[in-house]
Ligand binder design. Sequence first.
Ligand SMILES: Nc1nc2c(ncn2[C@@H]2O[C@H](COP(=O)(O)OP(=O)(O)OP(=O)(O)O)[C@@H](O)[C@H]2O)c(=O)[nH]1
Ligand SMILES: [Mg+2]
Length: 299
Amino acid sequence: MLDELFERLEKQDRLALARLLTLVAREEQLDVIRSRAGKRPEKTRVVAITGNAGVGKSTLVGKLAEYLRSQGQSVAILACDPQSPLTGGALLGDRVRMPSRPDDPGIYIRSVAAASGHQAVAEHVDVMIRVLGRYGFDVVLLETVGAGQGDTAVSELADVVVLLVQPESGDELQWEKAGLLEVADVVVVHKADLAGADRTEGQVKELLSLPGCRKIAVLRVSSTKGEGFEALWQAVLESPRHAAAADEDARELLRRAQEILAERFHRQGDRVGNVIDRWKRQELDEAQAADELLQLLAR
Ligand SMILES: Nc1nc2c(ncn2[C@@H]2O[C@H](COP(=O)(O)OP(=O)(O)OP(=O)(O)O)[C@@H](O)[C@H]2O)c(=O)[nH]1
Ligand SMILES: [Mg+2]
């Protein structure tokens, strides 16, 4: 059955997509689906949108998705909520504030919840991202509540983490405490149409200018006015962590290559031993031994 579902998934069959994600949500055949979906394709960009309750994550995710659609990119949205049980369409529609367009095959919205908490959410999200990648989405947006620990777990799955803060609320910078700045790659002062956005932007920049801080873009966005989305997406594309994801691919390749080499070494065991013996007897120096080993490995 999974084979057929994956076949249909690769032909952009929405029902197959929904069915697979439901299996993941029910933790049925999770491991099989994970390995069947494989590593997510390089073109699929995963962006986490995080921040305190009410900061406007759902609104911004909806507007960002619209912006990306207007740029011709296909977008999947996963609304991650560790608290609530899996929600139905009506509630979800409220959570991700987006005009639902069932006729648009370039957009897909789904909530992720798990009764067993943060860790399970992260695991589900991981497998869902792979499935969405296999379907062929250009961008996956994750809406996650900035709740500290579990949030970090979800963040690890994203190429770029965008932290939303809003103008406010006394002198106390709540989000600083949550340690979220440590995982943020881009900070958005959201609701920039409200008074005090300048001041908040200044505070964030000051905080980030402390010695030892990573370079993090800070910019203002207003979802209400639809302002700042182009700059936001540009910042996402330029985020150093996104570049780091490419490095990770390189590391993955090197790791696999090492495994292959180790296996060849193993197969050539006697001859490798012979080279080592001659090196020990100083019949070969390091460079000569290396050359001989290379010849063995090339076979
Ligand atoms: N002034 C202003 N208000 C906004 C903006 N974006 C969102 N809001 C308002 O902020 C409130 C919260 O928005 P949501 O998008 O539900 O926030 P959220 O972060 O998803 O909230 P939770 O999912 O409950 O954590 C709503 O009343 C929005 O209308 C904005 O750009 N400017
Ligand atoms: Mg929300």
